[in-house]
Design a protein around this ligand. Sequence first.
Ligand code: ZN
Ligand code: FE
Length: 257
Amino acid sequence: MIKIEPIKAFSDNYIWLVTTNEGLLVVDPGDSEPVDAYLTINKKQLSNILITHHHFDHTGGVKKLVNNSSLDVYGPTASIFDGINKELKDGDQVNIIGIDFTIIEIPGHTLDHIAYFAENDGEPFLFCGDTLFAGGCGRIFEGTYLQMYESLNKLKKLPLNTKVYCGHEYTLANLTFALEVEHSNQALKDRYESCVNLRNNDQPTIPSLLELEIQTNPFLRSDQKIIRECIMQKFDYKEEPSDIEIFKAVREWKDNT
Ligand code: ZN
Ligand code: FE
């Protein structure tokens, strides 16, 4: 039995807490305090830490949580974050608290970014940090547009019923932008309504389903005619752009909103 819960941190970060009968791990603890509070209240001990990328809002709590113990901290190889002692690279398979994870390198937001995918007997889930957001994708800080595009395409090929756990509650802003790109998409309108309801009740909009992302997230839809037409019209293209050019135009548009 695997239980996944959010711990809120800072203004909009989620630290994902995963419990199995073999232990307890957290993904991307940017702050140690809310994790410590949970552990104290629930009289639990941390078994492992998983890191998706080096940004401080995902790693800032690691050293306090480790606190000179021998706790395993999994994360990308060659990361500029120096608190990782179990380095992972693309294609690695690793069992952590009884969960079989496959590692997928997804550079773009940062160069070291990785995702953790678990098949989990037909109930798959993914921790993807700041790469694929609910309704959006991360900003491209270190990589190229092509890298980000290819990273998202890797995630797009995972099973459609994969539950997607990202690192921030950015969903409403993302979907508001998505509606500007694609106002006639009914699945997107429905998703927006249901996310507004969740947020009005202070509920997370995450996880989402990969299938819904493919139907509604403009950053996974560069190959769709409707997105292409919107971008060609808005930016006055004279010639047919490639899918990657469409992706870049959508990302730059979002950056400037
Ligand atoms: Zn980040
Ligand atoms: Fe972040």
